[in-house]
Design a protein around this ligand. Structure first.
Ligand SMILES: Cc1cc2nc3c(=O)[nH]c(=O)nc-3n(C[C@H](O)[C@H](O)[C@H](O)COP(=O)(O)OP(=O)(O)OC[C@H]3O[C@@H](n4cnc5c(N)ncnc54)[C@H](O)[C@@H]3O)c2cc1C
Length: 417
């Protein structure tokens, strides 16, 4: 693999950029692997990368039914933050945020992580109390988060309307300055390129259609649209399709799948300096480097595998955005789309072993898993390689829905992007 550097860039500039070559191979599946990852999103590719890099497992494959990054990784609004309430959540999201900070250097690939600050607006007394509680809890965990008055919030984000006559007036905000955005598909590509260079087979257009188990109950391999592949370890990282795949091994998951939408405006010059989220009105917004306003909505209220959400959800979101930022009222929306998110009852992920020997699962990131990509892959790789959960992943077992040790970010945040 050719490294990106100033020297190679200059060289290629004189060569019309003809010499870069493919960034990863397109191998045929082998008969068997030491481990197989199902799902070529950011989480699956990160898992493969850390399996190869930190645990020396090179004879592994990532199987993707479409193209890598074509699932939620390529559909999300790229908000990154770690200011979650509970200790377990703060630990895993902060682990991810620390990895984000050095990821471009680690992968030698520009993932365009931009720590432009994520500001979460409070619109009522409950929001104020809840966000202040987050600020205090985060500080105890060494996670940066600070409280801003409405005037300070406007100073940080000048387009914000802080008039007191709004239906949802801004009563303050919690700001995580290290929060921000990254380029979603670059994350998938960067991990794919790094994993491929260490010998990992990334196999696209290869759908897993079954999981074969032996007489002992342990996994023996996966049935795919490109034939049977033998393996003693399977890591399922398939976001909205986790339940479907796990059912093939006879495991019923505590998950519901919902469509979640996002939309972008026509591109304009830089007008929006940070990320703003409003949980109460269910809208969040940032500006991409291309100039589009990137806007996200809440989930539809009904379960579905459709990758389009209800139009009323997007309309409601745009109403809220126009009230908070009246100058955007005249802008046109360019396109919208949806992704299928898998949601657990406490809105925290499941990472770990399953009742089936050799079968591991990483899912339930719901509306907020992009920010976790590096940390999730890192701890899941450890879990697969060692057969035991990484200490940071240990609380996120499936078993918590039996024991009652929930990590209730649903009640804590109302929304988790
Ligand atoms: C509109 C929207 C906005 C969001 N905004 C944010 C945000 O701002 N911040 C944030 O942190 N998170 C956000 N999220 C959530 C985030 O996108 C996801 O949690 C995260 O991307 C999940 O990554 P993944 O790699 O697990 O899933 P995916 O990227 O979905 O990867 C799973 C892959 O599995 C593949 N697959 C499925 N079934 C099979 C099969 N049978 N065989 C082989 N492959 C299969 C799929 O094709 C897919 O590529 C948002 C999600 C959506 C939809």
């Amino acid at each position: 693999m050719r490294r990106f550097s100033l020297l190679t860039l200059l060289k290629e500039a004189t060569n019309a950029h003809q010499g870069w070559g493919r960034q990863w191979r397109a191998p045929e599946p082998k008969v068997g692997y030491d481990a197989v990852i199902v799902g070529g999103g950011g989480h699956g590719l990160a898992t493969a990368y850390y399996l190869a890099k930190e645990h020396g497992m090179r004879n592994i494959a990532v199987l993707e039914k479409g193209w890598i990054g074509g699932g939620n990784t390529g559909r999300n609004t790229t908000i990154i933050r770690s200011n979650y309430l509970y200790d377990e959540s703060a630990a895993i999201y902060e682990h991810a945020l620390k990895l984000w900070e050095g990821l471009s250097q680690e992968l030698n690939y520009n993932v365009m992580y931009s720590a432009r600050g994520v500001m979460m607006l409070a619109h009522n007394v409950h929001d104020v109390q809840s966000f202040k509680r987050h600020v205090y809890a985060n500080r105890l965990n060494g996670v940066d988060n600070e409280w801003l008055t409405p005037e300070e919030a406007k100073e940080f984000c000048p387009p914000l309307n802080i008039s007191k006559r709004l239906r949802y007036p801004v009563m303050g905000a919690a700001l995580q300055r290290r929060g921000g955005t990254a380029r979603h598909d670059a994350v998938a590509w960067g991990y794919a390129r790094g994993a491929d260079a260490m010998g990992v087979d990334i196999i696209q257009n290869c759908e897993v259609t079954g999981i074969r188990r032996g007489l002992s109950g342990a996994v023996e391999g996966v049935e795919t649209t490109r034939g049977f592949i033998r393996t003693p370890r399977i890591g399922v990282v398939a976001a909205g399709h986790t339940s479907v795949i796990m059912e093939k091994a006879g495991v019923r998951m505590p998950l519901e799948s919902f469509p979640l939408q996002a939309l972008v405006s026509e591109p304009v010059k830089p007008v929006f300096p940070c990320v703003v989220m409003s949980n109460a009105v269910h809208a969040y917004i940032s500006q991409s480097d291309k100039g589009e306003l990137v806007i996200g909505a809440g989930t539809d209220q009904y379960v579905s595998y459709s990758q389009q959400g209800g139009i009323h959800i997007a309309t409601h979101t745009l109403d809220a955005i126009c009230e908070l930022f009246p100058q955007f009222t005249r802008m046109r929306m360019l396109r919208n789309w949806g992704g299928i998110v898998d949601v657990t009852p406490d809105r925290s992920p499941i990472i770990g072993k399953t009742p089936v020997q050799g079968l591991f699962v990483n899912c339930g990131w719901g509306t907020g898993g992009f920010k976790a990509t590096p940390g999730s892959g890192h701890v899941f790789a450890h879990t697969i390689a060692k057969g035991e959960p990484h200490p940071i992943a240990a609380p996120f077992t499936m078993d918590r829905f039996r024991t009652g040790r929930l990590i209730d970010e649903a009640a804590a945040a109302a929304v988790a992007h």
